[in-house]
Write a protein that binds this ligand. Structure first.
Ligand SMILES: *Cc1c(COP(=O)(O)O)cnc(C)c1O
Length: 383
């Protein structure tokens, strides 16, 4: 018999989701507006502790609107971490702006404040900085915010992977002028697809909702003085989100337990280190990543193949954006070797990509599933 499939990170539903959806059907609120949308915004904002939220069709849409609202346009520079999913960078290009990629530091794998400083030396007037909290680990927000504030540049927090993570006791997504979350299928909670834009400034979330609903001016007839988008979350989707939000803390606890199990299980294998956790934060541990020391003959491909042979899903670390064919023309900053190694293509992010992988982090994994995964990985290292 074939092994049962073990997933990297799949949706976990609980039942309350269907009650909110049923209510939407029963009241015929099957539209990109309605009571679930308004309630989901309020409930999420209250969970993270921010004043205002706008529910959207995707995290990518939220990043796009954040850039629009901050006035990012053709030819403007935007600093973006290189080690992320392409959805962080794509909306910059939608606006014909110019992404400039920033390397990771080793302590959190996120945007390196020193590399960010270097980018400011060459590009003193970026229109925005986007920070990402990779795999749920908060970035060095104090340092990054200090730099952004010194240069008076707004920060957008792409907290798509870090909903529920905190930094110095405050939720990620609350540090930037605008924060965004994602509820895609593999994220810590899901609406099947969706996103949220949050801000302390009501004017910002009001603009987001306005732009997301085709930018209709207040008039009886259809009047438009700006280009809009069809980016609003539907009332059905928001119902799923309301049900999921009730279980976010539980999902986080389970994700953290998975990280802890891997940590313990590989403690004796010196070649393995897990993705770092920021000591100033409390990560949601969305995905557990690992890197294999250069000195080891074991490669990430060998581990991924061994898992795949047992029908277990794992995946590479995000391939850095500065190494992507589609972004090849854009500038990149690292502090490795003080610039000399940029031309040689060396960077912290490339090293993590070359030597890393994401381990199955599905909260439905049983104790037996975890044992099996761990034994397969250990075997790769001759244990
Ligand atoms: C998932 C993700 C997004 C995009 O969110 P969608 O809801 O899928 O559009 C953006 N940034 C990062 C870092 C992500 O992981």
């Amino acid at each position: 018999m074939a092994d049962k499939k073990i997933y990297l990170s799949s949706p976990t539903m609980h039942g309350e989701e269907q009650e909110f959806i049923k209510e939407a059907f029963d009241t015929n609120w099957v539209a990109p507006l309605g009571p679930n949308v308004n309630a989901f915004e309020k409930e999420l904002a209250s969970y993270v502790g921010i004043a205002h939220a706008s529910a959207l069709s995707a995290g990518t849409a939220a990043i796009h609107l954040a850039l629009r609202i901050l006035g990012v346009g053709e030819g403007d520079t935007v600093f973006v971490p290189t080690l992320t999913f392409s959805a962080t960078a794509n909306p910059v290009v939608y606006e014909k702006a110019v992404p400039v990629f920033i390397d990771s530091e080793e302590d959190t794998w996120n945007m390196d404040p020193q590399a960010l400083e270097r980018a400011f030396e060459k590009y003193p007037d970026p229109k925005a900085v986007i920070v990402v909290h990779l795999y749920g680990t908060p970035a060095k927000l104090d340092e990054i915010m200090e730099i952004c504030n010194a240069h008076k540049v707004p920060l957008i927090e792409d907290a798509a992977e870090s909903l529920g993570s905190t930094y110095k006791g405050k939720h990620t997504g609350l540090f930037g002028k605008i924060g965004i979350y994602s509820f895609n299928g593999n994220k810590i909670i899901t609406t099947s697809g969706g996103g949220m834009l949050v801000s302390e400034d009501e004017e910002i979330t009001r603009k987001a909702t306005f732009l997301a609903t085709q930018a209709r001016d207040p008039a009886r007839h259809y009047q438009h003085s700006q280009i809009g988008f069809n980016y609003r979350m539907s009332n059905i989707t928001a119902g799923i989100g309301r049900g999921q939000l009730l279980h976010l803390e539980e999902h986080k606890a389970l994700k953290k337990a998975i990280y802890g199990q891997y940590k313990k299980a590989f403690e004796d294998i010196k070649e393995i280190s897990l993705n770092p956790l920021n000591p100033d934060g409390d990560a949601n541990c969305w995905l557990t990543g690992m890197v294999i020391a250069d000195s080891s003959p074991v490669t990430p491909d060998m581990v991924m193949d061994a898992l795949e042979a047992h029908n277990i899903e794992s995946r590479p670390i995000w391939k850095p954006m500065h190494l992507q064919p589609v972004f090849a023309e854009y500038d990149f900053f690292t502090v490795l070797g003080e610039g000399k190694k940029e031309e040689a293509g060396e960077s912290v992010s490339a090293q993590i990509f070359d030597r890393g992988l994401c381990l199955p982090s599905d909260i439905k994994n049983t104790a037996e599933d975890m044992e099996l995964i761990i034994s397969i990985v250990r075997k790769c290292f001759g244990r």
